[in-house]
Design a protein around this ligand. Structure first.
Ligand code: GMT
Length: 381
């Protein structure tokens, strides 16, 4: 198949999911065309079957708000025509599904009158936050209803979209996935990185996000502060975003800043995640929690909040631990107990990887997308 993929190319789970999906599909022989304003962060160098088409957004002085969605729709239609794409797959409804809808309409009304179906994958904040803003809600709902196929990354998100947006178009759940060959424990690189980050043999906790308020970065610091009082440990913070300075300030106030390592945004994160013992994900909301899944594949035990789709990813007490939002004492207690019991830490880590392999393995999930695309194409021809 020839598939156009659009996503937010910068730091964020939906862009990562879209890029990894495109890479897997390309490996399986499909021709993949990424259409976006920048090259997706995890897409580097020349790769077979992968093409990237940049969307140029005009900065004409009249435009206080450059109309990216229109430039995207135009590029989608051009690329689809030029490379004879079979379908478009957009990740994150706003504004991508609206642009895809316009592109489909342009091609249908064009000289060849061709039909270009599009699939929308809902990721979370496109529904739970942005989609509920009155200025976006009607158009978000409309573009979802108009999609030739809709998927959501968890049962939670499907139910929430149906309930809150009253969407009638069927929504299929296709979970996010992880490539367990890439995300795994590599003892050599793990030893090297632990030597670098924790030279006195301390335990390592890790957090990975875009540091937005929904991630509750200060809870990560609070949890770590409690853990550090009982177990010698260091905290790796991967990512960057609006809450970085408040977290830095809190770490300084608590006198623990020398043990909190801000690693910034990283292109490839698997080795840095895999060298840790525990991943902290105390988010206010997660429709899925991709970072936790990536940790699980690396045998790193996730301690997270019981919100949104997270319980579909982490089975409490089996593949990680769950607590209520803001309950930093309980999350710290789980971490301390695990770090003081190496056998349990190792056992839960292995169970976490097993869960990642059996339920969320990229090979299985990519096949589900292929099958979904075929069904959409069958219906559209
Ligand atoms: O959570 C974010 O800040 C980023 C956002 C995105 O769209 O990039 O993440 C959402 O999509 C991820 C990939 O499907 C999910 O793993 C996250 O749980 C989801 N975030 C929320 O629901 C808050």
């Amino acid at each position: 198949m020839k598939i156009g993929i659009t996503c937010y190319p910068t730091y964020g789970g939906s862009g990562v999911v879209a890029t990894e999906l495109g890479l897997e599909l390309a490996q399986r022989g499909h021709e993949i065309h990424f259409i976006s304003y920048a090259q997706p962060i995890r897409l580097r160098g020349e790769q077979p079957n992968i093409h990237y088409h940049e969307v140029e957004v005009s900065r004409y002085p009249l435009f206080d708000y450059p109309p990216y969605d229109l430039a995207l729709a135009t590029r989608m239609a051009e690329v689809s025509q030029l490379y004879d794409l079979d379908l478009l797959h957009v990740h994150y409804a706003i504004p991508h599904s609206v642009s895809a809808l316009l592109a489909r309409q342009m091609l249908a009304d064009g000289p060849r009158g061709r039909r270009l179906p599009f699939v929308t994958t809902l990721h979370g904040t496109d529904i739970t936050l942005v989609g509920l803003d009155r200025s976006y809600l009607p158009i978000t709902r409309y573009s979802i209803e108009q999609s030739d196929g809709v998927t959501a990354i968890s049962n939670y998100l499907r139910e929430r979209t149906q309930r809150v947006l009253d969407v009638k178009n069927p929504i299929e759940v296709i979970y996010n996935s992880v490539n367990c060959d890439v995300y795994h424990r590599d003892n050599k690189s793990r030893a090297e990185l632990r030597n670098e980050y924790a030279p006195q043999g301390e335990h390592l906790l890790v957090h990975l996000s875009n540091f937005r308020p929904v991630k509750r970065l200060t809870d990560v610091i609070e949890i770590f502060d409690r853990v550090r009082k009982h177990v010698p440990s260091k905290l790796l913070l991967i990512g960057d975003g609006p809450d970085r300075s408040v977290a830095e300030w809190l770490a300084v106030q608590k006198g623990i800043h020398q043990d909190v390592l801000f690693l910034g945004k990283q292109d490839q994160i698997y080795d840095k995640v895999a060298c840790a013992d525990i991943m902290l994900m105390p988010s206010e909301m997660e429709s899925f929690g991709l970072a936790a899944l990536e940790a699980m594949a690396c045998e790193v035990v996730p301690i997270a909040t019981r919100v949104g789709g997270v319980p579909e990813v982490i089975e409490h007490g089996v593949s990680g631990f769950l607590a209520d939002v803001g309950d930093v004492d309980t999350m710290a207690r789980y971490a301390i107990e695990l770090l003081q019991n190496e056998a349990q830490l190792e056992q839960i880590g292995k169970q976490a990887r097993k869960a990642a392999q059996s339920k969320f393995c990229a090979t299985k999930v990519v096949a589900e997308y292929e099958e979904f695309y075929r069904r959409i194409l069958g219906r559209s021809s």
